[in-house]
Design a protein around this ligand. Structure first.
Ligand SMILES: C[S@@+](CC[C@H](N)C(=O)[O-])C[C@H]1O[C@@H](n2cnc3c(N)ncnc32)[C@H](O)[C@@H]1O
Length: 276
C-alpha cells in the first residue's frame, strides 16, 4: 500500500465498528429485528446534508431498477443501500477501509438487502472489475482524499459502460487558503487533496466524460452547518453518529468545516457526467 493510501486507511479505521453501531442502536431503544434505513442515517450517510443530499442525487442520477451501479468510496454503505432501496437497482460498493466494508456488509444483512447490495474492500484507483462492467457509477465525498484524481477518474471511466453516467458530490477548494483542520475527511493536510471546481471539471472531461449537470451547492452546505459553534470541553455526543467512524473530535471537525465554507476556503459541487 502506498504511504498516502496507508494514512487514509488508518484515518478511516475504527475498531469494532459494527458492534459499536449495534450498541448505539440498542441504547436508543431500537429493536434489532426491525432496524430500518432511516434508523441508520445518523451514522451511515457520511457526507454534507446526509439523506437529503442522497435523495437529491438519486433523482439527478436517473438510475433505474434494471441497472447495476458502482458506489466508489461507499463508507459503511448508507448511500449504497438507499440508492438500491429507492430505485430497485443492484449496487456494488467499494471502499479502502476493510473496517467500513465489514460494517457495510453486516448492516446490509441486518436490513436483509444483501441480494442487491454487495461490497468489496479495494482502492478506487485499482478496482477488481472488468472494463465496462457497470451501467453507472456514483462517488460521494471521496475524491477529496484522492491525490491522483486523474488516475481515479480514468479508473471510473474504464469500469463504466458507454452511455453510462457518473454522479459526483465532492468537496472542492474555493477562493481562499489555507483550509482549517481537522475536517470530517482528514485530521490534517496529509490526506486532503482539494482542487478548485474548474480544475475538477477539467479533470473529469480529460478522463473522457462529458459534463451534463454542474451545480454549486456551497450555499446549501453553509446553511446546513450554520448552527455550528466552537466546541468547548468534553463533547456531548449522541449514541449513534459519525463520531463512531472518525473519532470524538467530530464537533471540532464540523465546526472547522462550517468556517471553511463560510470563509470560502472550500466549496461543494454536485455533477453528473456521461461516458459517450
Ligand atoms: C467522507 S467518507 C464518505 C463515505 C460515503 N460515500 C458516504 O457518503 O457515506 C469518504 C470515504 O472514502 C473512502 N476512501 C478514501 N480514499 C479512498 C480510495 N482511494 N479508495 C476507496 N475508498 C476511499 C474512505 O475510506 C471513506 O469511507
Amino acid at each position: 500500500m502506498a504511504n498516502d493510501i496507508k494514512h487514509i486507511h488508518s484515518y478511516y479505521s475504527p475498531n469494532d465498528l459494527y458492534s459499536r453501531i449495534i450498541e448505539g442502536l440498542t441504547e436508543i431503544g431500537k429493536d434489532l429485528s426491525r432496524v430500518t434505513l432511516d434508523d441508520l442515517h445518523p451514522v451511515d450517510e457520511f457526507h454534507i446534508r446526509g439523506t437529503v443530499a442522497t435523495k437529491e442525487l438519486i433523482k439527478l442520477s436517473g438510475f433505474t431498477s434494471d441497472m447495476h451501479i458502482l458506489d466508489v468510496g461507499c463508507g459503511v454503505g448508507g448511500c449504497t443501500r438507499r440508492l438500491s432501496h429507492e430505485t430497485g437497482c443492484c449496487v456494488t460498493g467499494v471502499d479502502l477501509s476493510d473496517e467500513y466494508i465489514d460494517a457495510a456488509q453486516r448492516l446490509t444483512q441486518l436490513l436483509d438487502m444483501q441480494e442487491r447490495v454487495k461490497f468489496h474492500a479495494a482502492s478506487a484507483l485499482d478496482m477488481p472489475f472488468e472494463d465496462s462492467s457497470f451501467d453507472g457509477v456514483w462517488s460521494i465525498q471521496m475524491g477529496m482524499n484522492v491525490e491522483d484524481k486523474s488516475a481515479w477518474l480514468k479508473e471510473l471511466h474504464r469500469v463504466i459502460k458507454p452511455k453510462g453516467r457518473v454522479v459526483f458530490y465532492e468537496v472542492c477548494a474555493n477562493n481562499n487558503t489555507p483550509v482549517y483542520f481537522p475536517v470530517p475527511w482528514a485530521q490534517d493536510s496529509s490526506i486532503s487533496f482539494l482542487v478548485e471546481p474548474a480544475s475538477f471539471r477539467e479533470l473529469i472531461t480529460a478522463a473522457g466524460f462529458e459534463i451534463e449537470v454542474w451545480n454549486d451547492k456551497t450555499d446549501l452546505a453553509q446553511k446546513a452547518f450554520a448552527h455550528m459553534k466552537e466546541p468547548v470541553g468534553e463533547p456531548d455526543l449522541p449514541e449513534l453518529g459519525v463520531h463512531l467512524l472518525v473519532g470524538k473530535d467530530i464537533l471540532t471537525k464540523a465546526y472547522n468545516l462550517s468556517r471553511n465554507l463560510n470563509e470560502e476556503r472550500v466549496s461543494l459541487i454536485e455533477t453528473v457526467a456521461l461516458k459517450p
